[in-house]
Design a protein around this ligand. Structure first.
Ligand code: NAD
Ligand code: ZN
Length: 364
């Protein structure tokens, strides 16, 4: 068992990482059950695939499922209202802990619902996608999407415990696994050059489901996120913005491809990291060799690294316009995360979007 502590004073919690963890879930979740039961928010696909396994792991504790439809559409006002109504109908109390069992959609939705129901109750993350295991389940950001944009209504609400069982990833689509992997590589690129070296040698094992390699990579990524969140829980000092490496470019790519299956979030992050390093090299901030290494790593694991492959070559102006839209929403302070080298990212708030557009027009 690997344990990563997220040290946030009174809001501190442990992230436990171990294969088969949900089969022994009772050991960790018993203290949170009331009247012999636990409310579990999940999606229909996750519950169909893994619900029995969780219930078996809970032993005599009854899991009471609250199920939403799979997919981003559930992170909505309707999804929130449904979960809140269910929680209230089940008589949830402030001292209760609800289990979020699923990918980032379930974690964000259940996290936000528990931030506001009864003015807040506790929750436990049991993430079932690689993206949720290395990113969304840790750090306390919860949200739903509204018509003006993604994640615009939400709350900071830390879980009380995170249980990561890499074994549940065996049923996950390999494309989703690769997309989650992009966020692991992202942490390495931000501040852990040694992890990037390790990933260059072990990425195939991580992706193929090798137990040790996978648990090591997940723990390293979670520890990286925990360090940054500990320093800047609510993204006030700017340090937490580093976690957006690859995301300013990535969000523009996702918006241009219509947030569709054409480009998953993690795939956009991979290409976004490549562009952030290329842009840094273009400006003379970062060695070209490092940028080339980043591209060839993502290429070697089958993640997208070229705008042309998405029919987005030569569309610099359109992509920059998408970033401009983000910028307006954030009060004109769009932060670009650039890099001095692999493992040394920094926040730059002075980047001129015209420079970005010109760079993207030259990129292939
Ligand atoms: N809060 C944060 O800090 C944070 C960070 C990153 C992303 N997010 C959010 O996370 C969401 C994306 O999360 P996601 O990529 O996990 O998507 P998701 O939750 O939609 O899961 C992807 C698909 O995989 C299925 N699935 C989940 N676990 C499975 C398993 N073990 N086996 C088979 N199928 C499984 C789900 O049913 C779903 O259809 C986005 O809404 C994003 O905004 C939040
Ligand atoms: Zn992300």
């Amino acid at each position: 068992m690997r344990t990563v502590k997220v040290a946030l004073g009174a809001r501190s919690y442990d992230v436990l990482i171990s294969d088969g963890l949900i089969c022994g879930a009772a050991r960790h979740l018993r203290p949170f059950a009331r009247d012999g039961r636990l409310l579990v928010v999940s999606d229909e696909v996750v519950w169909r695939l893994l619900g029995e396994q969780l219930q078996a792991g809970l032993g005599e504790i009854a899991a009471v499922p609250i199920l939403v439809a799979p997919g981003e559409g559930s992170k909505s006002w309707e999804g929130l209202r449904f979960v809140l109504d269910q929680l209230v109908d089940h008589g949830v109390e402030r001292s209760d802990h609800i289990v979020a069992f699923g990918g980032g959609v379930v974690g964000d939705l259940a996290g936000f619902a528990t931030a506001v129901v009864n003015r807040g109750c506790g929750f436990i993350q049991v993430p079932t996608t690689l993206l949720a295991q290395v990113d969304s389940s840790v750090g306390g950001k919860t949200a739903i999407n509204v018509s003006a944009g993604k994640n615009l209504v939400g709350a900071f609400h830390q879980p009380s415990l995170v249980l990561i069982d890499p074994g549940v990833l065996n049923s996950l689509d390999p494309r989703q696994v690769r997309a989650g992997y992009a966020e692991i590589a992202k942490y390495a690129l931000i501040e852990d050059a040694a992890l990037f070296d390790w990933l260059e040698n072990h990425a195939p094992a991580v992706l193929a489901g090798d137990r040790d390699a996978r648990a090591h990579a997940i723990a390293a990524a979670v520890a990286g996120k925990a360090r940054i969140v500990e320093e800047d829980e609510r993204e006030t000092s700017g340090r937490r913005a580093l976690l957006n490496l690859g995301h300013t470019f990535g969000h523009a790519l996702e918006a241009e491809t219509g947030y569709s299956d054409r480009l998953l979030h993690g795939e956009a992050v991979a290409l976004g990291c490549v562009l952030a390093f290329d842009f840094s090299a273009d400006r003379g901030i970062c060695p070209a060799d490092d940028a080339a290494r980043v591209r060839s790593h993502f290429e070697s694991v089958g993640l997208p690294t070229r705008l042309g492959a998405l029919d987005l070559a030569g569309k610099g102006a359109r992509l920059a316009a998408q970033m401009q839209r983000d910028k307006k929403r954030e009060g004109g302070r769009t932060a670009f995360i650039l890099a001095r080298r692999i493992g040394e990212a920094f926040v730059d708030r002075q980047v001129d979007l015209e420079d970005v557009a010109a760079f993207l027009d030259r990129a292939s």
